[in-house]
Design a protein around this ligand. Structure first.
Ligand code: SAH
Length: 475
């Protein structure tokens, strides 16, 4: 081993940074995120370093470097553009047996800063010992995609519960099994969807011996238009968690090649002689069967699973059977084809509306001209919500049309407000919905009351009645 990896606790400890340019600023930011007390010495400072000094976040000394500046420091970073000065700093640090990192100079550094994957409290550090920082960085990118963010929250939970875990499971083997279960069981998915309290309850129950039997689930995943580079990271992770993959014909081989090797793969495209409804029933039965056996099923669809993919019907079937699910959106064909053909789908001067439509008609859906049968999605609407809703009503849209306003979609603190065209603006004010939010108008919005699986759902009013839609959707 050429370098000994070591994780140091810098909280409240002084680190001296010599230099205050942009390179130094990046190191200062990193040191501050680790809680270090940072002293900076430089003849001149970048505005960002100055701003940190003015806010009292770092102590800035404008002047030349003197070895006495090392007093009280635990670590030194030399980040000036002057190689000679950097050497002097490194030598002065060595004379005091202080570790010194000279930025981008492995030769002069006694300590090196690795490439980092931060999943606090978990940290993954990669170093090539200065031999090839680019390779280390590329490796870091790969690891970033493999280690999901919720792992950090899982480690934090394990830390909070460490004493309780020890007390409940005094034997090491039993603790190991518990930690395996933490990684493979339902706790991680709960954290992934932001349900910290539920995750904690699951762990508490497990410690009390009330562990529920492993439950299967279905991940409804959008595979994107075909280029595997357009699969999402979350989709890639789902493919690596899958016990069973049910895929459509539209899913490309390149995307399937990214899936876990030992997952059972079942092509569920329409078979010759089978009608569409029979295909769909077969898919529902397969999902329910495999998830019912406790397996993780990935239902993989081309593009986005909820755009012309019959994904809504699949979710309703899962809900009817009490099977847990998550939805991973994909890049839908419209967006991919626009991007890859160089066609901006909206343009300030040319187009302000984008409609996704199908050339096929489905018997259950409303007629072309019936204003209620279209889904309308409005971007940038929070401030203009009441004007927009009034305009739509004037255009003949029924004020009872279901609407959903999704705030912070897919992010922490997602909230979905369900109301009608006539009431949503008032409800949005009452619930202080803020930008970014997106308004979905149309009968499909009502399904969200049943199918929501992420974030908070606000339904201040009873759903508007429409038996016909629910019959059509569930059929
Ligand atoms: N859920 C899919 C759409 C399924 S319907 C999505 O969100 O993209 C199938 C139709 O999508 C095809 O008939 C074609 O019109 C379109 N489509 C899907 N992938 C495409 C691609 N790579 N290039 C062009 N069109 C595509």
């Amino acid at each position: 081993m050429e370098h000994f990896p070591l994780f140091v606790d810098l909280r409240g400890r002084t680190v001296l940074v010599v230099g205050a340019g942009l390179v130094a600023e990046r190191k200062i930011a990193l040191l501050r995120s680790a809680g270090a007390r940072v002293n900076v010495v430089a003849k001149a400072a970048h505005p960002r370093v100055l701003a940190r000094a003015l806010s009292g976040e770092v102590a800035l000394h404008l002047g030349g470097f003197e070895p006495s500046r090392l007093d009280g420091a635990w670590l030194v970073v030399a980040a000036t553009g002057d190689a000679l000065l950097n050497s002097q700093v490194a030598e002065a640090a060595a004379a005091r047996h202080l570790w010194c990192n000279v930025v981008d100079d492995a030769e002069r550094s006694s300590a090196q800063v690795p490439a980092i994957v931060d999943r606090a409290p978990l940290t993954i550090a990669i170093s090539s010992g200065g031999a090839a920082p680019v390779i280390a960085r590329r490796l870091r990118e790969r690891i970033e995609t493999l280690v999901e963010p919720a792992i950090g929250a899982l480690a934090a939970l394990a830390r909070r519960k460490r004493a309780a875990i020890r007390a409940a499971l005094p034997h090491l083997a039993a603790r190991r099994r518990l930690y395996d279960w933490l990684l493979d069981g339902p706790v991680l998915p709960a954290l992934r969807s932001g349900q910290e309290e539920h995750a904690e309850t699951l762990l508490d129950d497990a410690l009390l011996g009330r562990q529920a039997p492993p439950r299967g689930k279905v991940l409804l995943v959008g595979a994107g238009p075909g280029d595997p580079g357009l699969l999402t990271l979350r989709g890639l992770r789902a493919l690596n968690e899958a016990d069973v993959i049910l895929h459509d014909r539209l899913v490309s081989d390149e995307v399937l090649a990214l899936a876990r090797r030992d997952a059972l793969r079942i092509g569920v495209g329409k078979t010759p002689g089978e009608d569409h409804e029979a295909t769909q029933r077969r898919i529902h039965a397969l999902m329910v069967h495999h998830a019912g056996q406790g397996r993780t099923v990935v239902r993989l669809k081309g593009g986005d699973p909820l755009v012309y993919g019959r994904g809504g019907e699949e979710l309703l079937a899962l809900r009817a059977h009490g099977i847990a699910y998550e939805v991973v959106p994909g890049i839908t064909a419209a967006l991919a084809c626009g991007a890859y053909a160089g066609i901006p789908l909206t343009h300030r001067a040319l187009a302000d509306t984008l409609t996704l439509a199908t050339a096929q008609r489905h018997a259950g859906a409303g007629h072309d001209d019936a204003p209620g049968s279209a889904t309308r999605v409005y971007y940038m609407g929070v401030e203009r919500l009441s004007g927009l809703c009034q305009r739509l009503a004037q255009q003949g849209l029924d004020p009872a049309t279901p609407c959903a306003l999704v705030e912070n979609g897919s992010r922490a603190h997602q909230r979905t407000l369900h109301a009608t065209l006539g009431s949503i603006a008032g409800q949005a004010r009452a619930h202080a919905i803020q930008s970014p939010a997106l308004l979905i108008v149309g009968e499909v919005a009502r399904l969200g009351r049943q199918l929501a699986w992420f974030g908070e759902t606000l339904s201040p009013e009873a759903p508007p009645a429409s038996a016909a839609l629910l019959q059509a959707a569930a059929a």
